[in-house]
Design a protein around this ligand. Structure first.
Ligand code: ARG
Length: 462
């Protein structure tokens, strides 16, 4: 039950227990406690610095808050629903510890600017962690790419075999996605890192506070210029959830590929026992649960982004209690992205084995070299569109004859077009097909090796 004195003498009776439970956020915003303490310590310092409270009082508040931090870390402080939210919980405990001076902490502050400050401090830490995890993920992709520059894998468009590519090239595509995620989060961070502290409930405060002082103590880059905006802005949360969703898109696409590759139809990878699970009824099965879960968890992060947009769209200025609904989605998205990045990194690192023999066969058993035949003719003066039509016919007759291009005799080639010579076989060999795509950003081995060097430099921070 909420104590009625929390709300001042205006209230006659306490909250109905069910309403208290409905209203409370302590069940989830306890996640913010260490940031709430840090924010409050900066606020206390500022109050003393500006002479709003005495220096001694500031010290008492700071030390009392530090004690709460320790109590919480040691599991001795477990606030219950009687506190409504983490902000009340900390303030109440502080007053128990330091006595009446604890009641001075909330001078020139509101829970509205306080919760905004806490959420930003929390997200800052989490963004740093996710960026670090992205680097590890990229590192593992690079390690595998380095070993597989000359491993060929069928490349697809429309999930139809198109042209063979270097496996390294394929993996480096995911490296680039993660690189954008890493950059995007830095950009999001720059808007997370703005201090709303001192915006008060909505309009600022009558006290001679120093917002730049608290911002500096808390390592914020700048302060909100408008107090109404400061307490009610959640753009930073939307941006974060959007960046998180895009990370999940990337992880989910990779997951989908791994799931396909592990199937009997593809057989491109084997899942190692440390990262695969069995079936409770079909003893022969080995299931790709990790990528399936990542793919599945993507939905909830998208959902949180959508929820946040909807929470915001009709909100009049400034703070509204609707904003309390931001937290669970943010926390869950942070936890989901972090867990998925960790799992996918481990899966790549030790859970997957590429089946080199099978890949080598896969790139020779189709018509994925047909473009190269057209290119061959085009390079010998036949206009490309004409060459394209000729090769279309070649493919058709080969299929009818149950042959692959490599199995056609030289005479057969020359009957099709006199420009074909003995070097056609070399030109359509998968290795050559890949090596020849040496345009910038292409799968040619020279390009891929260079891409790996560049990627290494990128993640080593040079
Ligand atoms: N628990 C609240 C939240 O998460 C804290 C701010 C409450 N402010 C208020 N005016 N009721 O948003």
């Amino acid at each position: 039950m909420i104590e009625k004195q929390t709300w001042s003498q205006r209230f006659e009776s306490a909250l109905h227990p069910a309403i208290a439970r409905f209203n409370a956020s302590i069940g989830f915003d306890i996640e913010l406690i260490k940031y709430d303490i840090t924010g409050s310590q900066a606020h206390a310092k500022m109050l003393a610095h500006t002479g709003i409270i005495s220096y001694e009082e500031g010290e008492i508040l700071f030390t009392g808050l530090e004690q709460i931090r320790q109590e919480y870390d040691q599991g001795q402080f477990q606030p219950g629903i009687d506190s409504e939210d983490v902000h009340f919980a900390v303030e109440k405990r502080l007053t128990e510890i330091v006595g009446d001076v604890g009641k001075k902490l909330h001078t020139a502050r509101s829970r509205n600017d306080q919760v905004g400050t806490d959420t930003r401090l929390y997200l800052r830490d989490q963004i740093r962690k996710i960026r670090q995890q992205l680097r590890e993920f990229q590192g593992v992709l690079l390690d595998i790419a380095e070993k597989n520059v000359e491993t060929l894998i069928p490349g697809y468009t429309h999930l139809q075999r198109a042209q063979p590519v270097s496996l390294a090239h394929h993996l480096l595509a995911y490296f680039q996605m993660a690189q954008r995620d890493w950059e995007r989060l830095a950009d999001v961070y720059s808007r997370v890192n703005i201090s709303p502290l001192g915006c008060g409930a909505l309009a600022g405060t009558t006290f001679p506070i120093d917002r730049h002082y608290t911002a500096k103590l808390l390592h914020f880059d700048r302060v909100y210029a408008n107090s109404l905006d400061g307490v009610s802005d959640r753009d930073f949360a939307i941006e974060f959830l959007c960046a998180a969703s895009i990370i999940m898109v990337h992880l989910s696409r990779l997951s989908e590929e791994v799931i396909l590759w592990a199937s009997e139809e593809f057989r491109f990878v084997t899942l190692k026992d440390s990262c695969a699970t069995g079936s409770s009824i079909m003893p022969q099965k080995k299931n790709p649960d990790v990528p399936e879960l990542v793919r599945g968890k993507t939905g909830r992060v998208f959902g949180h982004l959508q929820a946040m947009l909807v929470i915001m769209k009709g909100l009049p200025l400034a703070y509204n209690k609707d904003l309390q609904e931001d937290k669970e989605g943010i926390f869950d998205s942070v936890n989901t992205v972090q867990a998925c990045l960790e799992a996918m990194t481990i899966l790549l690192q030790e859970g997957l084995e590429f089946r080199h023999q099978r890949l080598a066969t896969a790139v020779t058993e189709d018509f994925a070299n047909a473009t190269d035949v057209a290119d061959y003719l085009a390079a010998r003066g036949v206009p490309f569109r004409e060459a394209y039509n000729i090769v279309g016919k070649v493919v058709k007759t080969s299929i009818a004859a149950g042959k692959l291009l490599k199995d056609l005799h030289l005479e057969e080639w020359q009957q099709i077009h006199p420009a074909f010579a003995a070097d056609i076989y070399e030109a359509i060999a998968p290795r050559q097909v890949v090596a020849a795509r040496n345009s910038y950003g292409g799968t040619g081995f020279v390009q891929v090796r260079e891409a790996i060097v560049n990627a290494r430099t990128q993640i080593s921070g040079k």
